[in-house]
Ligand binder design. Structure first.
Ligand code: HEC
Length: 165
């Protein structure tokens, strides 16, 4: 590479970098938060319609929480409205929540395995989306009355009998 093309390359990189840094939606932390949410599968449970859309659900509709319960030996749980949580919790409270064991099928160990910096990137990305959606129904303990549709995660054998896994 001669000096002229090296200068042109450098100038190009600088312009790219400046444009990147000037766009708040494209900061590294923002992109990382979005990436972690995408690979973490958070939308599959926390964003109604996401899985059905093959992942094409617009970002503005992400993570508003689901009114379809997940029922199993743990009772019936609802994937919460993360837009509301991120809007109301501060960073420290979000980190504390993320470090708390949550009930299945929330992949709590995956969340707890994230570094603080990753959890903060996730939090800031969601907070940046702004609040949206409604609160999800409260957790129902095993045997309690469930008033919403739910997905049954109870392990059964083909005869229909309850199975141990
Ligand atoms: C397989 C479904 C599923 C996936 C995938 C999932 N969650 Fe959850 N999540 C749940 C359920 C169900 C609950 C409620 C758990 C409970 O009641 O204890 C929950 C609760 C939470 C909570 C606490 C409640 C709240 O509303 O603030 C946070 C925070 C959370 N999830 C974040 C995430 C993040 C971030 C990801 C992606 C890395 C993720 N979840 C992926 C199902 C899921």
């Amino acid at each position: 590479m001669n000096a002229r093309s090296a200068t042109a390359l450098l100038a190009g990189l600088l312009i790219t970098h400046t444009a990147f840094a000037a766009d708040p939606a494209a900061t590294t932390e923002h992109a990382r938060g979005r990436y972690l949410i995408a690979v973490g599968g958070c939308n599959d449970c926390h964003s109604p319609g996401y899985a059905e859309s093959g992942g094409a659900l617009p970002e503005a509709e992400w993570l508003t929480g689901s009114n379809v319960g997940f029922q199993g030996p743990w009772g019936t749980t609802y994937a919460g409205n993360l837009r509301a949580s991120a809007a109301t919790l501060d960073e420290a409270a979000w980190l504390a929540l993320a470090r708390t064991p949550l009930r299945p099928p929330m992949p709590s160990p995956s969340l707890r395995a994230m570094t603080d910096a990753d959890l903060v990137a996730v939090y800031r990305f969601i907070r940046g989306l702004g609040p949206a959606g409604q609160a999800v129904p409260a957790y129902v303990p095993p045997g309690g009355a469930v008033r919403t549709p739910y997905v049954d995660f109870t392990p059964r054998s083909p005869s229909g009998a309850l199975a141990r896994n």
